[in-house]
Design a binder for this molecule. Structure first.
Ligand code: XIL
Length: 328
């Protein structure tokens, strides 16, 4: 079989990576899963699916837990893989001590600053990048409701990057700062809004190095190759990088393993990966949101949906796997 990360490295220094939901899960001790994960020919990057999120890293106010993140970083470093650290400021997976309090804007801004700066400082450049703000935008291009937006207002977004930049500068290391969201994979209202957020950061001289296009797709309903190229090119034209950060292509209903369904899914994966290759060096990596159907987040997030990954639930490679090899 093709070694997808080896191919990606050869194709122009991009990485092929995966999310991994470890430690604290069944896959942490699944030898068959780990045999695939722990092979740099397969993956050059890992994104922690959960363990660096707010509820795990700051379970009580100003009481930080780095144990899980350290485990993931140790694993990645053992195999020479980079880590996209994920994430600092998001609406979901917050600790109850954050969500169950009526904060003043000033007090919540201090909470946000402390969280951002403590994590960036602790892990330093063991993190290739940080997703500073995750999923800030609604489909109409306005900021979504979240405790951050509702309490602090739109300035929360710019403050988050300002705080992150301060911490990065303190470390003296090269740590990339990203915005990460879904729905930015094709041109449209939300994608334009993301361009405008990047431009606003740039006009304020605040650090922004790239945008992550999550790319959670449905089989047979993905943006075209041309649309995916155009959306990425729009970000590159702003002088920043893009990455495909959470690629999966789910079936919205069973069966998940028919020949025709898998052929369509393979074409969908192909188009997304090909769009990254086509825009050239500024698209710096492709990460799938875990690689096998048994450990995919999809069935628990979308009732009745599944089959989204490039290996099936018995870790056999699907046509999508080979299509990626073709695209790279
Ligand atoms: C998901 C995880 O995969 C799940 O295990 C968890 O229950 C919910 O979050 N967009 C993101 C990711 O940026 O952090 C989400 O990860 C998937 C959607």
């Amino acid at each position: 079989p093709p070694y997808l990360n080896s191919l990606a490295q050869g194709a122009g220094k991009l990485w092929f990576g995966t999310a991994a939901d470890i430690p604290g899960t069944a896959e942490q001790t699944d030898p068959d899963y780990l045999r695939i994960l722990e092979n740099p020919g397969n993956f050059g990057e890992i994104t922690p699916a959960n363990i660096m999120k707010f509820m795990y890293t700051e379970p009580e106010q100003n009481v930080f837990n780095f144990t899980g993140g350290d485990y993931l970083l140790d694993l990645a470093e053992r195999y020479g893989m980079r880590v996209r650290c994920h994430n600092l400021v998001w609406v979901s997976q917050l600790s109850p001590w954050v969500t169950d309090v009526n904060w003043t804007a000033e007090a919540l801004t201090a909470v946000m600053k402390n969280h951002i700066q403590t994590l960036i400082t602790h892990w330093g450049d063991r993190c290739y990048s940080w997703d500073v703000v995750n999923e800030a935008l609604a489909s109409d291009g306005n900021f979504s409701s979240s405790i951050w937006y509702d309490t602090i207002g739109p300035e929360y977004f710019f403050l988050a990057y300002q705080f992150a930049q301060e911490a990065v500068e303190q470390t003296g290391k090269d740590i990339k700062l990203y915005y990460n969201d879904y729905g930015l994979e094709n041109p449209g209202v939300k994608t334009t809004a993301a361009y405008n957020l990047v431009k606003e950061l740039q006009s304020r001289r605040i650090k922004i190095d790239g945008v992550g296009l999550e790319s959670h797709f449905e089989v047979g309903a993905t943006p075209s190759l041309a649309q995916q190229v155009a959306a990425k090119q729009g970000f590159l034209d702003l002088g920043i990088d893009v990455a495909i950060t959470e690629l999966d292509v789910r079936f919205t209903s069973a069966p998940y393993y028919t020949a025709s369904g898998e052929a369509t899914q393979a074409q969908n994966y192909y188009d997304s990966v090909a769009s990254c290759i086509e825009v050239g060096r500024g698209c710096i990596g492709i990460t799938v949101w875990d690689f096998d159907d048994a450990y995919s987040w999809v069935p628990s997030a979308f009732a009745g949906q599944g089959g989204a990954d490039i290996y099936n639930d018995t870790l056999q490679r699907k046509p999508a796997f080979y299509a990626i090899g073709e695209a790279i």
